[in-house]
Write a protein that binds this ligand. Sequence first.
Ligand code: SAH
Length: 258
Amino acid sequence: MSVRAKKHLGQHFLNDETIAEKIANSLSYKGYDDVLEIGPGMGVLTKYLLKKDVTTHVIEIDSESVDYLKNNYLHLANRIIEKDFLKYDLSQVFDDKPFAIIGNFPYNISSQIVFKTLEMRAQIPEFSGMFQKEVAQRICSKEGSKVYGILSVLTQAFYDADYLFTVPPNVFSPPPKVDSGVLRLTRKDNYSLPCDEKLFFRVVKTAFQQRRKTLRNSLKIFDLSDNIKANAIFGQRPEQLSVPEFIELTSLLENDKN
Ligand code: SAH
């Protein structure tokens, strides 16, 4: 590989074809015609996506990688988006069609990739790919776990999250300092919440900003009535609450206002 990795872009190129193929095989390819790969780099994963019965698009910020892809994957040429995934308005490519997301992601923007996916959930039935292992575990973790947090609750409100497998540093060049983990998100059949969704995001984020405090304390800014504060749920800390309980909590706050 002639291209030198750029650290600030989170570039760790995967050298292991078996793992690339395994990641490509982690999507079902059902229920959509298009797949978007974030950060294709030199195309190790792209190669396997191009064999699938879907249209593959890639979004890559690095012009050197884009040149490489243009020269080596001729079929892909007009579906290479040379942009920052976080800033680009994807409706320019997909309009309101559904598409899946996949990638060996740049780890420095992992959480933002997930947040943008959640914002676009109406169009994204499936998502899979590689993160830093800890982040992948956090997204998939359940209440009571030390790593359970904002990403876990918000993601699992809309998606079933499966941690698939761990990948060691030595299959990348340059090797990252940490293990990596591959996960898959499958959108729930019914992914609209029975509560105010905007308020749900605010409640979850606010509660975890002070994760050691009880909800009675951390949610003070919502100006709770004494009546509602008597509910036992407010004696808990955020990491104890399951996703359905966060939804219930949001409904309680919503009704408190009425
Ligand atoms: N998928 C390749 C490369 C992984 S490294 C492989 O497995 O070998 C992460 C890739 O994401 C790099 O190519 C980097 O240039 C790209 N990248 C980093 N930030 C990005 C962003 N904001 N939008 C799109 N691509 C990005």
